[in-house]
Structures are given as C-alpha cells and as structure tokens.
Write a protein that binds this ligand. Structure first.
Ligand code: FAD
Length: 372
C-alpha cells in the first residue's frame, strides 16, 4: 500500500490533520490508532442502558476561538451546555471555582457579607484572583479566607490528582486556580460552551468520511511500517516512545475510571462533584447533565488518579515540573532533526496538556505552517 501521509493516532490532532490533508490537498492518508476506535481520549459510546459514556473521563467542550468553533461546526451540531461543579468541603457542597456563592455556603452570613465587601474592595468586583496571590493578601481576613480555600479545596485535590504537593509542581499550575469575586457559578467562562449533539465519536466519524482517508484501528504504526509506503508521517503518540525512551521516560499521571449505572433518574445535583479531601477518588461526573439525554436510569464515572505505568495504563496528564520539561526538550531536538519526514503534534507528542480546542487549533496551525 502507498499513501501520501501516514498519521499515527486518531485523536483530535490526527483526525483534524487527516481531514485537512484529504479535503484541502486532495492527498491520501492512512490514519492508524492502536486503540479499537477513533476519537482518542474524547471517544464516547452508548452503554447497555443506552446512555452515552465518555470512555476516558468527562469531556466538556469550551472555546473562545471563533476559528476552532467554525471548523468543528462543519462536522456536528451542538447542544448548549454550561458545566457546573460542586466541591465537598467539611460535609457541605460549595461551587468551584470558589466564588461569592461558595463563601456564603461556607461561613455564617454576617461574616460572609463582611468578607465580600473586603474582597470587592481589595480586588474589585468580577476579578479572578489566583489563590497563591490571595494567600499574600495584607488583610488578615482575606488571607484567612485564602488559607481556607487552599487547605480545603486546593491542597487535597492537588495531592490526589498529581501525587505531589502544590509546592512540588510548577507555579504555572498552582498559580492558575482562581477565586472569583463574583456569583458566576459556571465552571468555564468561554464564549462557546457546548456538547456535540450526537456525541464526539459521531463528529469524528463525519470528519473522517472522505474517500482519500483510510482508517485502521487496533493498529500500532510499528506493525505496519514494513507494508505501507508513505511520503510523510504525522506522529501524535508519546514522543519518548517514538525514540525508544532514549532520554528516559516522560512522567505522566494516569487515572482509573469506574463507570456505574444506578437505578434512579439522577445521582447528584450538578455535572461534576469534586472530593478534595476524604475519598480515594477526585471527582464523580454524571453524564446525562453533559449530554442532555433523558433516561429513567443514570450513569456516573468516578475518577481514581494513579501513577502512569507504560504498558499497564494510559498516559493522561504530563506532569508539569521543570525537570520533565527539560527532558522533553531533548526529545524535541531529536524530533526537529526528522522535520522533513515526520511531524510531531498533539498532547503526547508535544508533552503538553491541551484542551480539545487547543488540540484543534494546534492541528490547524500545523497544517497551515508545514503540511500545506
Ligand atoms: C480525563 C481527561 C479529561 C479531559 N477533559 C477535557 C475537557 O473537559 N475539555 C477539554 O477541552 N479537554 C479535555 N481533555 C483533553 C483532551 O482529551 C485532549 O485535548 C485531546 O485528547 C487531545 O487530542 P490528541 O489527538 O492530541 O491526543 P489523544 O486524544 O490522546 O490521541 C492520541 C492517539 O494516539 C494513539 N497512539 C499513541 N501511540 C500510538 C501508536 N504507537 N500507534 C498508533 N496509535 C497510537 C492513542 O491511542 C490515541 O488515541 C481531557 C483529558 C483527560 C485525560
């Protein structure tokens, strides 16, 4: 078999590039994935009860990019959805990111009102204040609130999610978590917040419906490079695996997903409930909130973070530490040397956490810059 392009990995990155190359350049693509389906981590499927499940954890689409939005609109219609998250703090459920509504649920009213006035005064109404900045506040009451949020919402969750304390992670992660001086309970604030009306997999299948695209699942690219001839390759798998771990493995955090269907219409009050403290899991998500499905039963997924062990479980989150970024830099140099024949892109090849819209934007840009 001879093709213009071999694309490794049928997640967002691989699918967008396959679609662009086939539809814009009219060149042939063989798209392979070692898993049994397309869609990468955004893959969804209907379970035995007919409920749409996100196999690799809940995926909520949100973007400020008009370009990404317009691009995806070619392949799906959407259902408007604004995600809401509660965190269990000392037996009470409070909205996160922490905001003025959370404050009212956690401290007695007169104290909450006094603190609200101070927060408005110090940071201004509507501000998003990174938790680490608030910990440095001059006002002892504001600092006290920051300590409460840090201790009860942030610290335990980070420890569970990463197996590391916030101090052991890059401040780029820890510094980002905001306290909102507003009553906006939405988890995201992007211009576009929606879910593909018929699910992510249906969207990917439409993207790939092109005579110049051939898809093979359950196929590790290493098993076919002998029989397939190609001019160029796009690789969206783990960059360290491509180079046989030449510079050592890049650490990832993994997760175990426990999906359960329960015999009642609803399980919890909102899409996701976080458990920052006393449970071995980080969060529970109820799919029907996300997908808008109506059913007598409901399905939920509980997430248990764990270390990544190559070959045993999936690499989900690159661990954001300086030493890992340095190691990635060595791989990046190797990748640059292959530039004329192999392009590297995507969350595993770039060793970088991307939201779905960022993965699409990255793929569109790569197509423009180098493939076209
Ligand atoms: C738990 C979780 C929740 C998330 N929630 C959200 C969310 O709510 N909103 C959001 O915007 N983003 C979310 N994301 C991020 C989203 O999953 C990524 O943006 C997206 O998966 C990136 O796509 P990708 O193509 O770069 O990578 P992937 O989807 O990982 O695709 C890479 C593909 O390459 C394949 N592959 C690897 N090696 C080989 C090989 N040797 N041969 C063949 N195939 C190979 C893999 O099987 C995989 O399918 C979440 C991620 C996780 C882990």
């Amino acid at each position: 078999m001879t093709v213009d392009w071999l694309i490794v990995g049928a997640g967002y990155t691989g699918c967008v590039l396959a679609e662009r190359i086939a539809s814009q350049l009219e060149q042939t693509v063989l798209l392979v994935d070692r898993r049994g389906h397309v869609g990468g981590n955004a893959y969804d499927y209907y379970n035995e009860q007919g409920i749409l499940i996100h196999k690799y954890g809940p995926h909520i689409f949100h973007t400020n990019s008009q370009r990404v939005w317009d691009y995806l609109c070619q392949f799906t219609t959407w259902r408007a959805y604004e995600h809401r998250v509660l965190a269990v703090v000392e037996g009470r459920k409070v909205p996160v990111p922490f905001n003025l509504n959370s404050l009212e649920r956690l401290v007695p009213r007169p104290q909450a009102e006094r603190l609200e006035a101070k927060l408005n005064n110090v940071y201004g109404s509507g501000a998003h204040v990174p938790i680490l900045r608030m910990l440095d506040a001059e006002d002892p009451d504001v600092r006290g609130l920051a300590e409460l949020v840090y201790k009860h919402i942030f610290y335990g969750y980070t420890l569970k999610q990463w197996g590391l304390t916030p101090e052991q992670l890059d401040p780029s992660v820890t510094g980002r978590v905001p306290v909102r001086i507003s009553r906006d309970d939405r988890y995201f604030q992007d211009t576009y917040q929606a879910m593909p009306a018929h699910g992510y997999t249906a969207m990917f299948e439409r993207m790939l419906r092109h005579p110049k695209i051939d898809v093979r699942v359950n196929t590790d690219y290493r098993t076919i490079t002998g029989e397939v001839r190609f001019n160029r390759m796009i690789y969206t798998g783990p960059i360290d695996a491509y180079f046989d771990y030449l510079h050592g493995p890049l650490p990832y955090r993994s997760l175990r997903f426990d999906v359960q269907t329960v015999e009642r219409e609803w399980f919890q009050e909102v899409g996701t409930v976080n458990y920052p403290n006393d449970a071995p899991y980080t969060r529970i998500t109820e799919f029907k909130y996300l997908t808008g499905q109506e059913a007598a039963k409901t399905s939920v997924v509980t997430e248990y973070p764990m270390p990544h062990r190559p070959g045993e479980n999936e690499p989900y989150y690159p661990v954001p530490r300086e030493e890992n970024r340095e190691r990635y830099g060595h791989y990046q140099k190797e990748a640059d040397r292959l530039r004329s024949t192999v392009l590297f892109a995507g969350r595993l090849a770039d060793y970088k956490y991307y939201n779905m819209d960022q993965a699409v934007a990255r793929a569109l840009k790569l197509f423009e810059d180098t493939a076209a």
